[in-house]
Design a protein around this ligand. Structure first.
Ligand SMILES: [Zn+2]
Length: 313
């Protein structure tokens, strides 16, 4: 199994039993020590600099920006029991948001997340994922009426009394897999690249699961569709929250039973087998692997480790 992945460890305690306790939530919202994670249109508030850090607000700072505290999302408690909320400032115009940010800046977590301590990156990702969901579920998917926030931001209920549908935050499962096999007598892993990626970058294959499909079936189907390779022995290795915008990455290892590659040009620009030696020599050949904080890289590093190789940068 993989070690804990980046973007985990968001909060010490989600305290989910408190979500429906309106008096307790109101009390926490009024506490000067409570911390707010501000977002503006899917961007997290960051203090820029050589080592970027999240900017947290207290309730006075939230009120200064928005007048009142609108639809805060209770995230949980940190290690010392401080309550944490996400707050959406998307209603502000761009210049208003910039003014509210002061010396800080709204930045894309996808760009700067890897530079943060893992727990803080996890907290910001959790807040981003929750507010992304809220902004896209303001209306009921069943009847089209407006929805209303309940349970401190963990539920939206349709305002049409006849419908009254409950909508819960969504996470879309995606599979990501390192396929290995014996190619020309040598152990190798299968990686592909998309045309929009930086030159020389290859990564593990990945794709979304479909309704009526097991994770193991999704792994086998995606590998077959993208590369024509047939796999067996699909084994779970670990997972990574990936709220960019709303996924959970489920990591697998799979064993190839065929090795001929037929690239699906709609999905990939190229796919190839790489030996451990190919990966060790990548500085010379211009091959790039996915970033360190990705589960793709963790799967690759785990395989390199099994071969006694060191992973380097
Ligand atoms: Zn409805």
């Amino acid at each position: 199994m993989l070690p804990p992945t980046f973007f985990t460890g968001a909060v010490a305690d989600r305290a989910s039993h408190r979500r429906g306790d309106a008096a307790w939530i109101a009390d926490r919202l009024g506490d000067a020590g409570t911390r707010f994670v501000p977002l503006w249109r899917d961007r997290n508030l960051m203090r820029p600099g050589e080592s970027p850090a999240p900017a947290f607000w207290n309730v006075a700072e939230v009120r200064r920006a928005t007048g009142e505290v609108v639809d805060p999302v209770f995230l949980g408690l940190d290690g010392d029991g401080t309550a944490l909320f996400a707050i959406d400032l998307s209603g502000l115009a761009e210049d208003e948001a910039a003014a509210a940010a002061g010396a800080a800046e709204f930045q894309d977590l996808w760009q700067v997340g890897a530079l943060l301590p893992p727990g803080e990156a996890g907290l910001l990702a959790y807040a981003r994922g929750m507010l992304y969901w809220h902004r896209r579920h303001r209306f009921c998917g069943s009847c089209g009426y407006a929805t209303e926030v309940r349970d401190a931001g963990h539920l939206r209920v349709c305002s049409n009394r006849v419908c009254a549908e409950h909508h819960f935050p969504r996470t879309d499962p995606a599979v990501i897999m390192l396929v290995t096999g014996t190619v020309d007598g040598e152990e190798a892993c299968l990686m592909g690249r998309q045309a929009r990626w930086p030159k020389g970058m290859y990564s593990t294959l990945a794709g979304f699961t479909e309704p009526g499909e097991s994770l193991e079936e999704a792994v086998a189907r995606e590998v077959r569709e993208e590369t024509g390779v047939e796999v067996t022995d699909v084994a779970y290795r670990g997972s990574q929250p990936w709220p960019f915008p709303s996924s959970l990455m489920l990591g697998f290892h799979a064993r190839a039973v065929t090795t001929d590659i037929t690239v699906d040009a709609e999905e990939l620009e190229d796919a190839r087998w790489f030996t451990r030696d190919d990966l060790a020599r990548r500085r010379e050949t211009g091959l790039f692997l996915p970033r360190r904080h990705s589960i793709a890289r963790a799967l690759i590093d785990a395989w390199l480790g099994e071969g006694g190789g060191e992973t380097g940068r």
